[in-house]
Design a protein around this ligand. Structure first.
Ligand code: GLP
Length: 241
C-alpha cells in the first residue's frame, strides 16, 4: 500500500486527477471505476481542467460508477446519475455509451446487479478504481457488517451513513435507505485502486482501515490485501496515523 500525503484538499485533488490522467495517457481505453460524495469533487474539477487545457481526450475511456440510490430517477438532483452528469460527464468527451452507473429505478434490482457485474466483465474488468471512504469505513455502499459482500448487490444504508448523507437532502426522511453498490469483491478485482481521504472526520477510520484488523466491521480494511492501492490523504485526515 502506497500512502501519498497531500498538504491540503487542492493538492489531494490534483494528485488524484494526475493519476487518472496518467492512466488514460498510458491506456486511452482504460476502464475506470468512479466514486461520488464530496471528496472526489475537486478531482473531477481538475480532470476537466486537464481535458481543456492539456487537450487530453477521454473519448475511449469507459467508466463504471460504484453505486446509485434505489428509487431515485436519473434526473433527480440527489441521484448519482445527476451528480456525475453535472460535475463531470457533461464537461468532458466520454461517450455516453461508455458511462455506466447502476440503474436505481430498475424494476428488477437483482437482475440489474447481475447485469452490472456482467458489463464490467465484458469491458475487461476495472483498470483503476477511485474510492472515497465513509466515516464508518464504508466503501461504495458496502457498510460495516459481519461478512464482506461479494458482487454488485442491493445494499442497505447504515443509520450513520443516512445521517452523514442527509446534508444533501431537505430532510433525513428523504434519504434513500437502499442503494445498488459494487461489492467488495468487485472493488478488489480492480487492477489498481486509489482511495481519497479528506478531512479530520475521516482520521480515526483511516487509522483503523490502514493499521487495524482486516474486518467487515471496517469494510475499507480489506484494501490492506490488495497489491496496488494508493491512499491519498489530506493533512487533516492524518491526525491519527
Ligand atoms: C457515500 C458514497 C461513498 C463515499 C462516501 C463518503 O456514502 N456512497 O462512495 O465514499 O459517501 O463521502 P464523502 O466524500 O462526501 O465524505
Amino acid at each position: 500500500m502506497r500512502i501519498v500525503f497531500a498538504k491540503d484538499y487542492a493538492a489531494l485533488s490534483e494528485i488524484a486527477a494526475d493519476m487518472v490522467a496518467e492512466q488514460i495517457r498510458t491506456k486511452p481505453d482504460s476502464v475506470v471505476g468512479l466514486a461520488t460524495g464530496n471528496t472526489p469533487l475537486g478531482m473531477y474539477r481538475e480532470l476537466i481542467k486537464i481535458h481543456r487545457q492539456k487537450q487530453l481526450s477521454f473519448c475511449r475511456m469507459v467508466t463504471f460508477n460504484l453505486d446509485e440510490y434505489i428509487a431515485l430517477g436519473k434526473e433527480d438532483p440527489h441521484s448519482y446519475h445527476y451528480y456525475m452528469k453535472h460535475h463531470f460527464f457533461r464537461h468532458v468527451d466520454i461517450p455516453e455509451a461508455n458511462q455506466h452507473i447502476p440503474n436505481g429505478e430498475a424494476g428488477n434490482i437483482g437482475q440489474e446487479c447481475l447485469a452490472y457485474e456482467q458489463k464490467i466483465k465484458e469491458a475487461g474488468g476495472i483498470d483503476l478504481q477511485i474510492l472515497g471512504i465513509g466515516r464508518n469505513g464504508h466503501i461504495g455502499f458496502n457498510e460495516p457488517d459481519v461478512r464482506f459482500t461479494a458482487a454488485t448487490h442491493r445494499a442497505e444504508l447504515a443509520e450513520s451513513t443516512i445521517r452523514a448523507n442527509s446534508h444533501c437532502f431537505s430532510s433525513l426522511a428523504q434519504v434513500p435507505r437502499f442503494a445498488i453498490s459494487m461489492g467488495i469483491k468487485t472493488i478488489m478485482q480492480a487492477r489498481s485502486i486509489v482511495i481519497l481521504v479528506n478531512g479530520e472526520d475521516k482520521a480515526e477510520v483511516l487509522d483503523r482501515a490502514l493499521w487495524g484488523d482486516i474486518s467487515p466491521e471496517i469494510p475499507a480494511s480489506i484494501l490492506q490485501l490488495h497489491q496496488r492501492v494508493t491512499v491519498i490523504v489530506e493533512e487533516n485526515a492524518t491526525k491519527r496515523l
